[in-house]
Design a protein around this ligand. Structure first.
Ligand code: NAD
Ligand code: TYD
Length: 337
């Protein structure tokens, strides 16, 4: 049996990973460590409370003694580190927590993985560590790192630490760098669910700047599948880019959502751009495609249709996650802009 410590498994991608593994793998124990920040939600794990192969533990990845205790008591072999502060806009208004969780938290996990001689450490990183592209070209694993936001700088720092632990102590690791994800259970601070939520409520859709920025979108299930392949077939010490081969301008995505929900384009409102906004991301995923035989299985149109339908069918989930501090966040971020 594989025995994996998944961190951040109550968040968007982590909970999609937990759901996929519990549905598709019989011989795998997932211990899920998450401190349930605003982005973590036990409702994302509904149905798995009593699953024999899943154990949820509320706790912080910066808590070294707790991490070591979990590794010992569950005979953990592998850590997959999803836990992070993940939203660029929040990193611009309050960067410190990004350093605490994304850098110190990763360091804490690495020390435990080294001391307990784990078989593998998988760091879930992002294409944002590479910086921004012009109109041409794509990021490969050899592209040098030029992070532009406090978020991407903290993720790049974590990547460097993972490689340093591999080099210095021989820790067997992989780093995955994926493009923008979308799908069920994404918190509505990120563009796609935010636009869906606003459109459903006939609220304005706030497009930053000219809306011609480009992101390469990947359905979260396909990202999770790629991570599983890296775990089971990846070579230690390798970095794998993961991408959707699916570049879209933000405005195209927003218009797709409006059309699907039969809402007018007059809801679009261009607002002041994000500070230091990266213009374009695009991933060259040739390495994972050729070496691990991974490829995306869900097209953008199909994935977006599934995602919009999921939000339509799960309005109670949406209502619950936007209660509490979300309104205050939204006002601070978007009003008078
Ligand atoms: P998310 O914000 O939805 O979830 C993060 C989870 O981590 C939450 O459940 C939160 O409670 C938990 N967490 C935060 N701080 C913690 C701490 N100190 N200790 C324990 N748990 C903590 O993020 P996501 O979008 O699911 O992203 C998951 C990972 O994938 C992140 O590392 C992110 O950098 C990376 N990534 C995300 C995308 C994307 O498009 N969302 C793309 C590429 C890579
Ligand atoms: P986001 O989902 O925050 O992901 P990231 O910044 O990590 O790529 O944003 C995706 C794109 O959408 C990005 O170019 C910023 C833009 N955006 C808006 O135009 N309006 C919004 O309200 C948000 C949240 C993002």
């Amino acid at each position: 049996m594989k025995r994996i410590l998944v961190t951040g498994g109550a968040g968007f991608i982590g909970s999609n990973f937990v759901r996929m593994v519990l549905a598709e793998e019989k011989d795998c124990l997932l211990v899920n460590l998450d401190n349930l920040t605003y982005a973590g939600n036990l409702e994302n794990l509904a149905g798995f409370e009593n699953h024999p192969n899943h154990k949820f533990i509320k706790g912080d990845i910066c808590d070294g003694p707790l991490v070591e205790k979990i590794i010992d008591s569950h005979k953990i072999e592998v850590i997959i580190n999803f836990a992070a502060e993940s939203h660029v806009d929040r990193s611009i208004s309050a960067p410190k927590i990004f350093i605490e969780t994304n850098v110190i938290g990763t360091l804490t996990l690495l020390e435990a993985a080294r001391d307990k001689k784990l078989k593998r450490f998988i760091q879930i990183s992002t294409d944002e560590v590479y910086g921004s592209l012009g109109a041409e070209g794509k990021f490969t694993e050899e592209t040098s790192l030029h992070p532009n936001s406090p978020y991407s700088a903290s993720k790049a720092s974590a990547d460097h630490l993972v490689q340093a632990f591999g080099h210095t102590w021989g820790l067997p690791y992989n780093i995955t760098r994926c493009s923008n994800n979308y799908g069920p259970y994404q918190f509505p601070e990120k563009m796609i669910p935010l636009m869906i939520n606003n459109a459903l409520n006939d609220k304005e859709l706030p497009v930053y700047g000219d809306g011609l920025q480009v992101r390469d979108w990947l359905y979260a299930y396909d990202h999770c599948k790629a991570i599983w392949m890296v775990l089971t077939k990846g070579k230690p010490g390798e970095i794998y880019n993961i991408g959707g081969c699916n570049e879209k301008r933000n405005l195209e995505v927003v218009k797709f959502i409006l059309e699907r929900l039969k809402k007018p384009e007059s809801l679009i409102r261009h607002i002041t751009d994000r500070l230091g906004h990266d213009r374009r991301y695009a991933i060259d995923a040739a390495k994972i495609m050729s070496r691990l035989r991974w490829k995306p299985t869900v097209s953008f149109e199909e994935g977006m249709a599934k995602t919009i339908d999921w939000y339509l069918a799960n309005q109670k989930w949406l209502k619950n996650v936007v209660s509490g501090n979300y309104q205050k966040y939204y006002e601070q971020m978007y009003l008078n802009r």
